[in-house]
Design a protein around this ligand. Sequence first.
Ligand SMILES: [Fe+2]
Length: 158
Amino acid sequence: MYPTNHDLPVENRERVATILQTALYEALELKLRVKEAHWTVRGPNFSELHALFDKIASDADDYADDFAERSIALGFPVKGKAADIAGAVSLLPPFAPATHQGPDVLRAVIATVAKFAKNVRFAIEATASEKDAGTSDLFTGTSRSVDKWLWMLEAHTG
Ligand SMILES: [Fe+2]
């Protein structure tokens, strides 16, 4: 823990930091998965999906940065190395598209984004109940952004 004059009780900040660390792992994992999809997708909708996945990866990178820096602002360092992510218990569903074809990759990305969105929505309430409106607001903004990506992904399925 870093010394800070932050007035929220340390017990609350510690519980919020745990939630932020989990969210950081998930955002980094989301970024890596969508980036892999960006590289590997094939098929008639290649150009659209290739570009869409890259935009989502860029936003996931921003979510990760925001979660990490919020934790630091609360006085708690974070872990974000590849080995840390690999060792974390992932709350996201397995990511293994059946083929590299657009519909299969899209289905796998949608499953990941939908679960990430669900977990972020849970974090809104969980951090609000710790009296941390700032973090709850961060998750609220993230939730809005992820919901938009979920819509755009699902719009490609017909
Ligand atoms: Fe690229």
